[in-house]
Design a protein around this ligand. Structure first.
Ligand SMILES: Nc1nc2c(ncn2[C@@H]2O[C@H](COP(=O)(O)OP(=O)(O)OP(=O)(O)O)[C@@H](O)[C@H]2O)c(=O)[nH]1
Length: 218
């Protein structure tokens, strides 16, 4: 989902036709508040709000929320070699690609600079990983036509999930970011995913003690 989809329905002015210009202006402003102007994706402010919202759903229903962090590889080289405007074109292409490769209910955001985040509501790790692999492959195969050259870019992608009430937005972002950095360290152009750690699981301290009693400490 993008801000465009979110405001796609023509809303009806609640106070009558004569005030519709004002109503349209308010809708435009509301859209601007959640949008990254360069890419048209949701901005980081909306990302944080949506992630909190989805984690609240995870707490209530136990349904997993997945997070994919996408960081372009050697993006500085593109700016340095082909100029900032070409860099911007690359960011716009990647933004469109992420939207094309994800579901309507997934929330595609620009997290900052050349980093993107996709929230996948009610999604298990295995499926989120498949989506991430699909994005990686699509990116690898995409040729971006610039004025002076045709470019291909790759990304390092981290995937993590929240599956219980203990997980905060910060810890989920941290986990997905850690995976993304591991992908960078592993040579870039790859996906790394992470299961929730046992300490982050729904198993209580008492339950853990009982399990230790049964199976020992190893
Ligand atoms: N064109 C353009 N460049 C941006 C924008 N925001 C951030 N950048 C640039 O993105 C580059 C990020 O560089 P680095 O953080 O070194 O990352 P990298 O070159 O992708 O290297 P790795 O992440 O290690 O693969 C910097 O040169 C920033 O100036 C933007 O909106 N437009």
């Amino acid at each position: 989902m993008s801000p465009e989809d979110m405001f796609v329905e023509k809303l009806h002015c609640p106070v009558g036709e004569s005030h519709c210009i004002l109503f349209d202006e308010v809708t435009t402003l509301r859209k601007q508040v959640v949008t990254d102007p360069l890419t048209g994706l949701f901005n980081v402010r909306h990302f944080r709000k949506s992630l909190e919202h989805e984690l609240e759903r995870t707490r209530r229903t136990g349904m997993t929320t997945a997070l994919i962090m996408v960081d372009l590889d050697h993006f500085k080289n593109i700016n340095d070699t082909w100029g900032h405007e070409s860099g911007n074109q690359v960011l716009q292409t990647v933004a469109q690609l992420l939207q094309d490769q994800t579901r309507k209910l997934d929330i595609c955001c620009r997290y900052g600079g050349e980093e993107f985040a996709v929230i996948l509501p009610s999604t298990e790790l295995m499926l989120a990983r498949q989506v991430a692999e699909r994005c990686l492959n699509a990116l690898r195969e995409t040729v971006i036509p610039l004025d002076e050259t045709d470019l291909q870019v790759t990304a390092s992608i981290g995937v993590a999930v929240a599956d219980n009430s203990a997980q905060t937005a910060e810890s989920l972002i941290e986990n997905a970011d850690e995976c993304m950095y591991e992908a960078k360290r592993g040579g870039r152009n790859q996906v790394v995913s992470k299961r929730p750690q046992p300490s982050e699981s729904a198993v209580s301290a008492d339950e853990r003690d009982a399990l230790r009693g049964l199976f020992g400490d190893d």
